[in-house]
Design a protein around this ligand. Structure first.
Ligand code: AFP
Length: 337
């Protein structure tokens, strides 16, 4: 049972050996993130039994009501990553301002961004939720981190990952040389390499979009979905399936596993905010993972990872997944007004 199973710790240390001049800082930071995700997994799994479900009766910076687990998961991430000296500051969906590492701890060269519990509107109905994280390098010799230090395009990420709290707890991450998936062995409390070198099928017959927003869609999206719905009798010549879990981590994981396309596009309802999903700690980390697995990620008009951020909580349209489907949607954005 335990023969030749690679733990995430072993995997990260072996990866580190290929990096010239690696100090072990990055590997140690990732291990602290792994610990935070194990703690959140435990809390999510216990749910009502430990009184962590329901609303916290507070709002986050997005003006969205926070679940108790949103607030608790945020605290878990801060406490797990503030003390070791690998990070100089953190940013979270659940906090308005950045979180400079407290004076009593050493500061390190990385910046950590995260959505501690994405899809949390699902938590009270016992549907999969997840954690999304992104690691940037801070400017050389950074001592007093500011918001400006975080405003780096997605191509500058040194690592991106998510943890899916589903039927099994899985962590998927990339450091720029492919995408690997690890399953938590609850008996020994270790993430085990279970899905090496994940790749996205370039073609798909499955799309994910919240169809209740149809009346707000712009014509490129309307055309794409209409053609999917027309099925094999239409121009696509094949039938399509639809999924919508309302948990981006679960949608992206399905796409990594069996292909597909996920869309939260700009529409007439969200265009004043610039879209629904957040660039720095949802769209960018997920785009890094999708691209590293051979997929594509766009706003419809530009590659998400090339956007120059203007604020930590900035929102963007997101269309990501199987390369050939995303390319078709980009083409429709060029031709449809
Ligand atoms: P919550 O974290 O507020 O549940 O939002 C989840 C999310 O950011 C993303 O994970 C989903 O894909 C998307 O929002 C669902 O949006 P709708 O609730 O509008 O379908």
């Amino acid at each position: 049972m335990h023969n030749n199973r690679t733990t995430i710790t072993q995997f990260l240390i072996e990866e580190q050996r290929h990096i010239q001049g690696a100090t072990g800082d990055f590997t140690a930071l990732l291990n602290d993130i792994v610990t935070a995700c194990k703690v959140i997994s435990n809390l999510v799994n216990y749910g009502a039994l430990v009184g962590v479900l329901g609303s916290a009766d507070t709002q986050n910076v997005q003006g969205e009501s926070q679940k108790k687990l949103d607030v608790i998961s945020n605290e878990v991430f801060l406490k797990s990553n503030e003390w070791a000296g690998h990070v100089s500051a953190m940013a979270s969906e659940e906090m308005e301002d950045i979180y400079p590492i407290p004076e009593q701890y050493p500061r390190g060269k990385y910046l950590l961004l995260f959505d501690p519990l994405d899809g949390s509107s699902n938590i009270d109905i016992n549907v999969s939720v997840g954690t999304i994280f992104s690691i940037l390098r801070g400017p050389e010799g950074l001592t007093k981190p500011t918001v400006a230090d975080f405003l780096q395009p997605g191509v500058k990420q040194v690592c991106a990952g998510y943890t899916l709290y589903g039927p099994s707890t899985m962590m998927v991450l990339t450091t720029g040389s492919g995408v690997n998936g690890f399953t938590l062995d609850q008996n020994i409390g270790e993430f085990i390499l279970s899905h090496p070198n994940l790749r996205i099928a370039p073609d798909s017959q499955e799309f994910a979009i919240n169809v209740s927003n149809m009346r707000f869609w712009k014509s490129p999206i309307k055309r794409y979905i209409d053609e999917c719905l027309a099925g094999k009798d239409g121009v696509r010549g094949k039938d399509f399936n639809m999924r919508w879990i309302a948990s981006m981590v679960a949608e992206v994981h399905r796409i990594l596993t069996r292909g597909g396309v996920f869309m939260y596009p700009l529409d007439s309802k969200n265009q004043d905010q610039g879209g629904r999903l957040r660039l720095m700690y949802e769209a960018n980390p997920m785009s890094f993972i999708i691209e590293q697995a051979g997929g594509m990620s766009t706003t419809g008009h530009e590659r998400i990872m090339e956007i120059q951020p203007t604020s930590v909580h900035q929102r963007v349209p997101v269309i990501l997944g199987s390369k050939n489907e995303v390319e078709r949607i980009i083409a429709y954005h060029l031709t449809e007004n």
